[in-house]
Design a protein around this ligand. Structure first.
Ligand code: PLP
Length: 392
């Protein structure tokens, strides 16, 4: 075990050199201070302000999404996406178990029930072939709607997550969703700057979600966005994120229960500075992938997760995949490298291994279980490649 962990440790140490040892540290230049100071000097730092509107326009330009609504986290974005999709209490929502817990939590906020599905091993996203076989077995159709034969609960929403910036098989998944009339919510939280066949991730589904948390490719401190091409979703989400206030210059009236989820102006100011460096950040991530891959491809017991065919990944988190027969090395490697002060981590435990979700319906999760035990994220900060203050 020591031999294998030494191989990985020496590769990581030599590549990160004096760079950040965290999994993903944000990369700031003097622009961020400039934008933040400018925002502070206007006195408009909260949930109304022009930086938020400009930030939304820039995200729409990058993603080619017709509409963008900026909110205060990716989790809030998922929550609002589910309300817009009209999720009702006791309905089931299909989602991968190999996923961040926010997806299941957002469903629970509305009294829905997550129903876990398996992934394929190439992209670590939902497996459309396996899912179709499963759905044909468990669904029954009643008056044009689909129900889980076993629980009797309605299923009308499929959530898909693009993992570590790599595209899931989203075109095939969309075809499948069409067959069953599912609304697709596409979690592209980790995928700003990633494309499938030149189309930005998050714009394939009916509603897409981005996160700008501190560990993402660009950050607004905390933040997220909802992407959609459908006006009805845009109007609903925009209104829900601003407490469902009826527009009026001074009167306060509300047409529904809303949420105070709008992204604050000061966070958007930070985001605008970050967007200005996005191209550079994306180049640095690709370069880092190449550096790691050049070394790791010589090892026969481990590989680096690569971008799927016809896709362009943002390479948000560099990901080691240990060969099946060597998966017992995972714990040892993680522990040894962390002891050296370098942050590496396994992927999340499957969502249904957490207490609130233990008894939720699930298909056979063979690939998810296997890949969870073979996956390690390694340091991926842009600052490993970019020197301080570097922007183009
Ligand atoms: C796949 C995925 N979905 C949702 C989220 C939630 O985003 P946030 O942390 O901005 O609430 C994250 C990230 O943290 C994520 O990685």
């Amino acid at each position: 075990m020591k031999k294998y962990s030494t191989e990985i440790l020496s590769i990581i140490e030599s590549i990160i050199n004096k760079g950040p040892r965290e999994l993903h540290a944000p990369f700031f230049t003097s622009y961020e201070k400039f934008f933040l100071n400018k925002c502070i000097s206007t006195g408009v730092v909260s949930s109304i302000g022009n930086y938020v509107n400009i930030f939304e326009k820039k995200i729409s330009r990058i993603t080619k999404s017709k509409f963008t609504v900026a909110v205060n986290s990716g989790t809030s974005a998922l929550h609002l996406a589910l309300i817009a999709a009209n999720l009702k209490k006791n309905e089931e929502v299909l989602m991968p178990a190999f996923n961040f817990i926010a997806n299941a939590n957002a469903v629970s906020y509305l009294g829905g029930v997550p129903h876990f599905v398996d992934i394929e091993k190439e992209s670590l996203g939902v497996d459309p072939i396996k899912l179709e076989r499963y759905l044909l077995k468990i669904l029954k159709k009643k008056k044009g709607e689909y129900f889980n034969k076993n629980s009797g609960r309605k299923i009308k929403i499929l959530m898909v997550t693009h993992i570590f910036g790599h595209s899931a098989k989203i075109k095939e998944i969309k075809k499948l969703a069409k067959k069953f009339n599912f609304i697709v919510i596409e979690d592209a939280s980790e995928a700003l700057g990633s494309f499938n066949d030149k189309k930005h991730l998050g714009t394939f589904g009916d509603i897409g979600v981005l996160s700008f948390n501190g560990n993402k490719i660009i950050t607004t401190g905390g933040g997220g966005a909802i992407l959609t091409n459908k006006k009805k979703y845009f109007n609903r989400v925009k209104s829900l994120s601003t407490v469902c206030k009826i527009q009026h210059p001074w009167n306060y009236n509300y047409y529904d229960v809303g949420y105070n989820y709008r992204m604050p102006n000061i966070n958007a100011a930070l985001g605008l500075a970050q967007i200005g460096n996005l191209k550079n950040l994306l180049l640095s991530k690709r370069k880092l992938f190449k550096l790691y891959n050049k070394r790791i491809k010589n090892l026969n017991w481990v590989s680096l997760l690569n971008e799927p065919k016809k896709c362009k990944s943002n390479f948000w988190l560099q990901t080691l995949i240990i060969s099946k027969k060597n998966k017992s090395l995972l714990e040892f490697i993680i522990s040894r490298v962390n002891k050296k002060g370098i942050q590496v981590r396994p992927v999340w435990n499957l969502i249904n291994s957490n207490k609130p979700y233990r008894y939720c319906p699930s298909m056979n999760l063979k690939n998810s279980i296997e890949m969870k035990d073979r996956t390690i994220n390694i340091p991926s900060s842009p600052g490993i490649i970019l020197s301080k203050n570097e922007r183009k």
